[in-house]
Design a protein around this ligand. Structure first.
Ligand code: AMP
Ligand code: ZN
Length: 115
């Protein structure tokens, strides 16, 4: 049994502010939001990151991507939202259980600042 933080949230051992749950997926609010709406969509299956996903995970990844806009709308993000997947130390990933950040509301600046 994994002692990964998000696996523990999936098992209910650590509380979360749940946004959505089904047999394969869980979505919950980020504990340290960077915008008025900021939640995470994760597969219940533990995958360290996008780097270790393979062709066998295509349906799961597709389900996550298709669910993201549905949940964003349910959270009131009718005007758009940002999705972020940090992958590996080089991508700034801190929790090594695959997750999509869904972020919106307020002023979302361009992600890459050009001088
Ligand atoms: P990342 O840098 O993509 O790995 O993002 C990890 C995210 O998990 C950060 O935005 C944290 O604020 C968030 N986080 C860490 N612990 C918790 C928790 N217990 N509940 C909800 N979000 C969390
Ligand atoms: Zn995990």
């Amino acid at each position: 049994m994994s002692d990964c933080l998000f696996c523990r949230i999936v098992r209910g051992e650590i509380p979360c502010r749940k946004v959505y749950e089904d047999d394969d997926m869980l979505a919950f609010h980020d504990i340290n939001p960077v915008a008025p709406v900021h939640f995470m969509l994760i597969p219940k299956l533990h995958l360290d990151s996008l780097s270790v996903a393979g062709s066998g995970h295509a349906a799961l990844l597709g389900k996550m991507l298709l669910l993201a806009p549905v949940l964003a709308k349910e959270q009131g993000l009718n005007n758009g939202f940002r999705t972020v997947i940090n992958t590996g130390k080089g991508g700034g990933q801190e929790v090594f259980h695959l997750h999509i950040h869904i972020i919106g509301g307020g002023n979302i600046p361009p992600m890459v600042r050009r001088e």
